[in-house]
Design a protein around this ligand. Structure first.
Ligand code: NAD
Length: 261
């Protein structure tokens, strides 16, 4: 079989598995947003592959001195890196819209995304856990409340939560920072109840995110991987689609429509 036929066959199989599954969850990574113009960290064109890994002392600094952390992050924002520019310019792509459509038609119960780019919400997905946060929100470090960054006043640094007076921090989870408990709880719940996990555009090396499909598999769930390359989860995937997520996901939706689902 040619590579194209292998992909087409995998897409047909994936649609059939989705159609007979009871509770489908997805773990999404940076690869899904690559076609929206946001570079991945790892992989051939990854930001870290090209420029090396950044320093990871943000969480320590925030704990030690939230005011200094806010000042540093506002200064960094003023420098406006190419990565930040690509995030702000990005629009959802066909893959994001396909996931939203699958949810609307009852074929996808929940998206666990490692992406911070807000593109799932903008594409229309509703049941989303942003396990690494969202660049456009702030989170209260005391009560966990989240708000749009654009709506809070930065006249006072660090800004305070209007509900409980706790320190606000950008919602993006930094290295070393614990994942918010409510997000983590929802991910474990999805891993426990899903009978199918879609693993899309993630190298599956960042934990605990990479664990959820493995936990689901242990409970008997099937795994479908959509990625351009082999990943840490390829060996345990039941169906592997070696294609761009922005091509594969709409093709799966088309197959589901073709089945009248
Ligand atoms: P990663 O950078 O480690 O891996 C990206 C994966 O996507 C690779 O396996 C690559 O083969 C695959 N890929 C690339 N283009 C693809 C495409 N068009 N279709 C399908 N697959 C494709 O990404 P990760 O596993 O998500 O881990 C990186 C961390 O960096 C995450 O925690 C995330 O928070 C963060 N991140 C987020 C964004 C974003 O918000 N868009 C972008 C870069 C990094």
């Amino acid at each position: 079989m040619t590579a194209r036929l292998v992909v087409e066959e995998a897409i047909r199989t994936a649609a059939a598995v989705i159609a007979r599954s009871r509770h489908v969850a997805a773990l999404v990574g940076a690869g899904l947003s690559a076609e929206s113009g946001i570079p991945t960290f790892r992989g051939e064109d990854g930001v870290w592959t090209k420029f090396g890994e950044p320093t990871f002392d943000g969480w320590e600094l925030f704990n030690h001195d939230p005011k200094a952390w806010w000042e540093a992050s506002l200064e960094n924002a003023a420098q406006y890196s190419d990565f930040a520019r690509s995030l702000d310019a990005a629009m959802p792509n066909a893959g994001h819209y396909a996931l939203a459509e699958m949810e609307q038609h009852g074929h996808l119960a929940h998206v666990i995304t490692q992406n911070i780019d807000d593109l799932h919400r903008r594409a229309g997905s509703r049941h989303i856990t942003e396990i690494h946060g969202n660049r456009y929100l702030v989170r209260c470090m005391t009560c966990g409340g989240r708000d749009r960054l654009s709506t809070i006043s930065l006249a006072r640094i660090p800004p305070l939560c209007h509900e409980c007076g706790g320190y606000l921090k950008n919602d993006t989870v930094m290295f070393g920072e614990p994942i918010p408990e409510d997000a983590l709880r929802e991910c474990y719940r999805q891993a426990a109840i899903a009978d199918l996990f879609l693993v899309i555009g993630t190298s599956a090396v960042v934990y605990p995110a990479a664990d959820f499909p493995i936990m689901a598999k242990r409970h008997g769930a099937a795994l479908i991987e959509i990625n351009l390359d082999d990943t840490a989860l390829t060996d345990i995937a039941d169906v592997v689609i070696r294609a761009k997520a922005g091509d594969a996901l709409p093709a799966i939706v088309e197959q589901l429509h073709g089945r009248g689902l």
